[in-house]
Design a protein around this ligand. Structure first.
Ligand SMILES: Nc1nc2c(ncn2[C@@H]2O[C@H](COP(=O)(O)OP(=O)(O)OP(=O)(O)O)[C@@H](O)[C@H]2O)c(=O)[nH]1
Length: 324
């Protein structure tokens, strides 16, 4: 979920960057060709074509992070080459290129890439023949540092947005929206790699009684405690989602051969640690369905829900595995 949001955002920025590069650099390809400056025209043309190819690859392969990094290096090398070749005439391209690196990389990475490009300019281009060293250092540093601050701030805002979009604010578990995306991803990766994930629906037993006896605020705290205990007893890559009310979904990535033990241990840990204010154990019923070929998000949830019903019928505080 988180990645998908970021992916879409990054992809739209890449498309914007490609459009700006085409509109901004194309006139120079033509004018330099007409002036007889064929090498510069060819360098500009290569820059445009390279950006188009890399952005198209990002669009079709969705390997956005690595291709963004390649584009960043490509355009920074490009601008150094252009300034080495054309000197003062092309120097001012340094500023928009340095700023656009922040679209492509994380703030610190962009900062480092820009510093390296700045050093390369000093080493390989004759910029000190038309500007002083202080002017070069101060103007490029001011630009890259302002872009760093802005980009860092945007990154923080983006992360906050991701959290608001994917986390249940009462319990801190992932929300239903995140579940939908993650189930689709886990199904796709199981089909590709033959993993054995499982999906379990966890439903607190007699939770209404907790609310009735101790009040809604205590009920809320029990839900939060349940999430904290469950998270502490699952592995790093397993994820817990609030499905609604006192019902949660657990997605366990790859657990071939240990499903029964894993679920039993989790159920027992919750029973041991989750308590009412008068120290009575709160138990949980589990409906568990392992991934099988041709599973869809819907059919997976339905299989788990069906056996959850059986677990409740069997007297609760137990786990039933689907054999469908
Ligand atoms: N405190 C609190 N209660 C909630 C929340 N969401 C749902 N509930 C309560 O959860 C209770 C669910 O009750 P039931 O569906 O009857 O389930 P149960 O009492 O756990 O019984 P079984 O599932 O059959 O064992 C209801 O009383 C809801 O009001 C919440 O966010 N906070």
């Amino acid at each position: 979920m988180i990645n998908q949001l970021q992916e879409k955002y990054q992809l739209s920025l890449l498309l914007l960057l490609a459009s700006v590069a085409i509109c901004g650099v194309s006139p120079y390809v033509v004018s330099r060709y007409l002036e007889g400056n064929y090498t510069s025209s060819l360098i500009d043309l290569s820059l445009i074509l390279g950006i188009i190819v890399l952005v198209s690859l990002a669009y079709y392969t969705k390997k956005i992070r690595i291709l963004s990094a390649l584009i960043a290096v490509f355009i920074n090398v490009g601008v150094v080459v252009v300034v080495v070749k054309n000197g003062y005439d092309s120097f001012f391209w340094v500023y928009p290129v340095f700023a656009s690196i922040y679209i492509l990389l994380k703030p610190l990475e962009a900062f480092i890439v820009n510093i390296l490009a700045g050093i390369s300019l000093l080493l390989f281009a004759d910029i000190l023949t038309f500007m002083s060293l202080d002017s070069f250092i101060i103007t490029t540093l001011m630009l890259t540092m302002s872009a760093f601050v802005y980009s860092n701030h945007s990154l923080k805002q983006f992360r906050l947005l991701e959290t608001l979009n994917t986390i249940d604010d009462l319990t801190g578990a992932f929300n239903r929206r995140a579940l939908k995306t993650d189930i689709d991803e886990i199904i796709a990766s199981s089909e590709r790699r033959g993993d054995s994930p499982l999906l379990a629906i966890l439903d607190l037993d007699y939770f209404k009684k907790v609310n009735d006896e101790f009040g809604h605020a205590v009920g809320d705290k029990v839900l939060k405690d349940f999430v904290a205990i469950t998270k502490a007893n699952i592995r790093k890559y397993d994820r817990l989602y609030r499905f609604g009310g006192e019902e949660f979904v657990l997605l366990v990535s790859d657990i071939e051969g240990q499903q029964q033990n894993f679920i039993d241990n989790l159920r027992k840990s919750i029973k041991k640690e989750l308590k009412t204010p008068n120290n009575k154990s709160i138990t949980v019923s589990f409906g568990v369905a392992t991934w099988i070929p041709n599973t869809t998000a819907d059919s997976w949830l339905k299989r788990a829900d069906k056996v959850l019903y059986q677990a409740k019928e069997n007297g609760r505080d137990c786990a039933v595995f689907s054999n469908e």
